[in-house]
Design a binder for this molecule. Structure first.
Ligand SMILES: [Zn+2]
Length: 279
C-alpha cells in the first residue's frame, strides 16, 4: 500500500522539500520537558459548563503504525502528543479530556468511535503520523470525513489507516459498510461541517508554528471519523519518513507548542459554536 501511495506523491503534491530550513531549536530539544502553561480563562464560556473532548492516539499494542528508519514508532509519538494536548486543555479548566488509550494497547477502530459517543464527546481528535516512500514529503495535514476522498493520496491514506484492525486479524468489510450508512445521515452532515470548522481553525493556529503539507485540509472515508453525532477530525502530525518531521515528533518542546496551538483552535472552535448556538 505504501508503494501505491508513493506513486501519487512522486510529484510532491502536498509536501515540502527536505532542504527547507528548520529552526535549530526544533531539532535539538528532544529532552526538553516541563509543565505546560494553562491557557488564560476565557470569559466567553459559562464556567459551570465544561466541554468533553476525546483524543484518540492512533494504533497501539500489536499495531505500531508507521515506524521510521531509526525505529521511532507512530504509536509512541502520537500517544505522547495526545497526553501533551490533554494536559494543556485540562489546564484551562474548561474541558474534560479523555484519551481512548493512555498506554500502549491495541484498540479496535469501532471501539474508539464508540468510546467518543458513549462519553458524549463534543469533539473527537484522532492523532497520527504518516510514512511515505518519498522522504522529502513533510508537514501536518488535518482530515475530516468524506465518502468522496478529496484526492487520491487522501483516499490511499484512509485505506491505510482503516487497515489497522486487520493487523489484529479483524474483518474490515463490515466497517466499510457501516461508514457508508453513517455518512447518509443529517446528523453526520452537521457534525461534518462543525468538524470542518475545527479543522480550519486548527490549520490557522498551527501554521505559524509548524510546516503544513501542501494541501493541509483534506477529507476521506476514515473509519475512525464515522461517529454520526460527534465532530471528528484526524490530524496527521507529520511524516516519520521525513527526518525533520521525525525530529519534531520526538521533541517534547515541539509537541508542547503544537498542543498549545491546537488548544487555541479548540478555544476558538467552542467560542464560535457557542456564539452560533445563541443566534
Ligand atoms: Zn496512523
Amino acid at each position: 500500500m505504501y508503494g501505491l501511495l508513493a506513486i501519487g506523491l512522486s510529484t510532491v503534491v502536498f509536501g515540502q522539500e527536505a532542504g527547507q530550513t528548520l529552526n535549530p531549536k526544533d531539532q535539538f530539544d528532544t529532552i526538553a520537558t516541563g509543565a505546560l502553561t494553562p491557557a488564560p480563562p476565557m470569559p466567553l464560556f459559562d464556567p459551570s459548563q465544561t466541554h468533553v473532548i476525546v483524543i484518540d492516539p492512533g494504533h497501539g499494542g500489536i499495531d505500531p503504525g508507521a515506524v521510521s528508519h531509526d525505529g521511532t514508532k507512530e504509536k509512541d509519538v502520537v500517544l505522547a502528543y495526545a497526553k501533551a494536548l490533554k494536559q494543556f486543555l485540562e489546564g484551562s479548566g474548561r474541558y474534560e479530556v479523555l484519551l481512548t488509550r493512555g498506554n500502549d494497547k491495541f484498540i479496535k477502530l469501532d471501539d474508539r468511535v464508540k468510546y467518543a459517543r458513549d462519553h458524549k464527546a463534543e469533539l473527537f481528535i484522532a492523532v497520527h503520523a504518516d510514512m511515505l516512500d518519498n522522504h522529502t514529503v513533510r508537514g501536518t495535514t488535518v482530515y475530516t470525513v468524506s465518502d468522496q476522498a478529496s484526492d487520491f493520496e487522501a483516499d490511499a491514506l484512509a485505506k491505510k489507516e482503516n487497515g489497522a484492525d486487520q493487523i489484529a486479524g479483524l474483518n474490515l468489510s463490515k466497517q466499510k459498510q457501516d461508514v457508508a450508512n453513517a455518512l447518509m445521515t443529517l446528523a453526520q452532515r452537521e457534525a461534518k461541517s462543525e468538524a470542518l470548522l475545527f479543522a480550519q481553525k486548527t490549520v490557522h493556529e498551527i501554521s505559524p508554528l509548524t510546516e503544513l503539507s501542501g494541501n493541509p485540509l483534506r477529507s476521506a472515508a476514515f473509519v475512525v471519523l464515522k461517529a454520526p453525532d460527534v465532530p471528528s477530525v484526524l490530524v496527521e502530525l507529520g511524516y516519520l519518513s521525513n527526518i525533520d518531521d521525525e525530529g519534531r515528533l520526538n521533541s517534547a518542546k515541539w509537541r508542547k507548542d503544537m498542543a498549545e496551538a491546537m488548544g487555541k483552535a479548540v478555544d476558538s472552535y467552542f467560542a464560535t459554536a457557542s456564539a452560533n448556538a445563541e443566534k
